[in-house]
Design a protein around this ligand. Structure first.
Ligand code: AMP
Length: 330
């Protein structure tokens, strides 16, 4: 996840929900992508290090468990930058320029934030992130899928160019909500200002939800509603138990439940769901030494694995690499 600030509910439903499951089943590496955050960020803001810490706090407060998974920071493992350089030599510009997420973001964010080489190469760096750990499953939201498709091609190209199977096949794994809609029914995204953060205070959550647009075909409570066209109902489907959702649907269609009451019920639900997460966050905020220690240990483990992969990569490519152990085979 990019170090662009505190995480929102879309990050949870799109990715973290899978991470919490995966950490119980697989050997997981969870990475704060601070280089990636630089591709579209305002570099003069100097908030990168702070953002990285906020993400670590969010992860630990939702239940990412450092005893189960390796939690680390991209820039603290120099091999990411190194493999990125090597992979970029075998990346076709056409792949990058055709990437739909690239095109969409170019349009949304404009030249100032996206007209740089690093942003064009975003999927190449991401491929390095995956390949260094020889990962096979990458739990992400839908917007990342095209990057990973390209990454698969790139990893294959590396293997076939050098005639060795250094990198295994990998695939994107999506949750049932790979593209969660925000308060305004566009994709939830910080750049659209339509998010609720996992650490957002209850007053702010309620005010934002109260302003949500509901069913435009139901101007008065007496009019029957169309839940299928209502963003508040969509959010209830994610956050409210199934039985209650059925009652809401019935009472909305039957013009019994008002949109206002329904929005307040949703706000109650979101606030209650986030309460234990926020409680845990407050504990962690009072113990930043622990959070930093988690990252330190994770970084040490990630470095070990990444260094091993890079030794193999240098060997097959024919690079000298580290001066104390030239790759003699070439
Ligand atoms: P990012 O900040 O773009 O690195 O996002 C972190 C993770 O959350 C990535 O796996 C994204 O695909 C995912 N994500 C971001 N926004 C959403 C959303 N609105 N719905 C689902 N997943 C999302």
């Amino acid at each position: 996840m990019r170090a662009t600030g505190r995480l929102h509910i879309g990050n949870y439903f799109g990715a973290l929900a899978n991470w919490l499951e995966f950490q119980k089943k697989y050997d997981c590496f969870f990475m704060v992508a601070d280089y990636h955050a630089m591709t579209t960020g305002d570099l003069s803001q100097k908030t990168l290090a702070e953002n990285t810490q906020q993400i670590l706090l969010d992860w630990l407060s939702v239940g990412i468990d450092p005893a189960e998974a390796t939690v680390f920071v991209q820039s603290a493992v120099p091999e990411h930058a190194e493999l990125f350089v090597i992979l970029s030599m075998m990346t076709s510009l056409g792949w990058l320029e055709r990437n739909p997420t690239y095109k969409e973001q170019r349009q949304e964010l404009g030249d100032k934030y996206t007209g740089n080489l690093g942003f064009l190469g975003y999927p190449v760096l991401q491929t390095a992130d995956v390949c260094l750990y020889k990962a096979t499953k990458v739990p992400v939201g839908e917007d990342q899928k095209p990057h990973l498709e390209m990454g698969r091609e790139l990893a294959r190209r590396f293997n076939s160019t050098f005639g060795v199977n250094v990198f295994p096949e990998f695939e994107a794994i999506l949750t049932p909500t790979p593209k969660m809609l925000g308060l305004d029914r566009r994709k939830m995204s910080k750049s659209y200002g339509n998010v609720i953060e996992l650490s957002e205070n209850p007053d702010s959550i309620r005010k934002k939800i109260q302003k949500m647009v509901t069913d435009v075909r139901r101007p008065r409570k007496e009019d029957p509603g169309h839940p299928e066209d209502c963003n508040v109902f969509y959010w209830h489907q994610l956050l409210t138990p199934g039985e209650r959702v059925k009652e809401i649907e019935r009472d909305c269609k039957g013009a019994i439940l008002s949109c206002w009451d329904n929005k307040n019920a949703l706000a109650d639900r979101v606030i209650a769901w986030l309460e234990p997460i926020q409680r845990k966050r407050r504990e962690l905020e009072a113990n930043l030494d622990y959070v930093n220690d988690v990252a330190r240990k994770g970084i040490a483990k990630a470095r070990e694995v990444a260094a091993k992969t890079m030794d193999e990569v240098r060997q097959v490519v024919g690079l000298w690499g580290k001066i104390d152990s030239p790759t003699a085979a070439h």
